[in-house]
Design a protein. Structure first.
Length: 363
């Protein structure tokens, strides 16, 4: 059975999620996954680039997106012809994007059922592309199946009324991203290295982290890096003013992420809100302890993980959790098996979407 997995993002976790899902599906018996990505996807330029069956030159920025949308009368039939030649039994959108309604039209033309993996049911404060989430909801309304990452996302989709009656709904947890990290935490022998990594947006709780670090005070047993890309803000200024804290407001390319995670002994996610976290998944795969706030779907994703500590989304609770870690760093071992986790995730997704498959494929 063939399954098409697509994602049109150029940077960030979307293309990697699609590649890992395709690899997980291909590891299952009698399943062959085909991967479709943007030709500009950053992951395709890395040493461990995944096999990509269709790499389309899509767009850069809003003008490019608008131009590609205007080309729909050409784009949709051409994609439909490629899909017919591939003849998948199922197509899965790994993370929705602005052009996916056009892809849906092509898949409808080729009579292929479509499922959508929903990471976030609504925009976080500071998210770009104001029309993206209305487009995403329109895609979910039209999908034949839905995969929701955490029950928190499932609940929000139900509240929004975007799930059609009878459509298969699979609830699953974000598997860990493996970035080839070899060195265990603490192997460098110096002060504890604390990392806050990700988009530098308001919902990430950087102001909470700044106040938590201020409460901890200057400590010789800790050094902190805040790394990611986002608009300048008072929270970043407050972090820069603290001793022992370095702020790197920049895009981190795919090939640097492994080294960045390997640098860290502890990952801190001081979020004000969240549905789930790919950063947390990558940290766990690398055997890195995680301190995260008890918000949104993070408790569901991290609860029960031996390397994870959950705290309240306030400076005092974050500071107390960090202080306990610094006072008595826990013993750590290897993180979860990422390959096995993605295979299990793919199996759960495919099992939940069985009703979409034609009778000969049900097995």
């Amino acid at each position: 059975m063939k399954v098409l997995v697509w994602q049109w993002g150029r940077r960030g976790a979307g293309p990697r999620f699609a590649a890992c899902l395709a690899q997980g599906l291909s590891a299952l018996p009698n399943v062959e996954a085909a991967l479709a990505l943007s030709a500009g996807a950053e992951i395709l330029g890395t040493p461990d680039a995944p096999r990509c069956d269709l790499a389309l030159p899509l767009y850069q920025g809003f003008p490019g997106l608008a131009w590609r949308a205007l080309q729909a009368p050409v784009f949709v039939p051409a994609l439909a012809r490629w899909v017919r030649r591939l003849a998948p039994a199922l197509a899965v959108c790994a993370l929705p994007g602005p052009l996916d309604l056009l892809v849906l039209a092509a898949l409808r033309s080729a009579r292929v059922p479509v499922a959508v993996v929903v990471h976030d049911a609504e925009a976080h404060p500071g998210d770009g592309y104001p029309l993206l989430y209305p487009l995403n909801r329109a895609l979910v309304r039209r999908a034949d199946g839905v995969v929701a990452l955490t029950g928190h996302v499932t609940a929000r989709l139900r509240e929004q009324g975007v799930l059609r009656p009878g459509v298969p709904l699979v609830r699953a947890s974000h598997p860990p991203f493996a970035f080839g990290v070899a060195m265990p935490p603490g192997a460098h022998g110096g002060p504890v290295r604390v990392l806050s990594f990700g988009r530098l947006l308001p919902y990430k709780g950087l102001d909470l982290l700044a106040e938590a670090l201020r409460r901890l005070g200057s400590r010789a047993d800790m050094t902190v890096r805040v790394v990611g890309h986002g608009p300048e803000s008072p929270a970043l200024d407050a972090l820069r003013a603290l001793p022992g804290v370095a702020v790197e407001n920049r895009w981190v390319p795919e090939e640097e992420i492994g080294a960045l995670i390997e640098w860290a002994d502890l990952m801190v996610l001081p979020y004000r809100e969240a549905t789930q976290s790919g950063i947390a998944a990558a940290a766990l795969a690398a055997g890195r302890p995680v301190i995260a706030t008890h918000v949104g779907g993070l408790a569901e994703q991290l609860g029960g993980e031996p390397l994870a500590t959950l705290c309240d989304p306030d400076p005092a609770s974050i500071a107390a959790s960090m202080d306990r870690f610094l006072s008595a760093p826990p013993s750590t071992g290897p993180g979860p098996d990422a390959v096995a986790a993605w295979r299990d995730f793919a199996r759960a997704v495919l099992d939940g979407l069985r009703p979409l498959l034609s009778p000969p494929e049900r097995g």
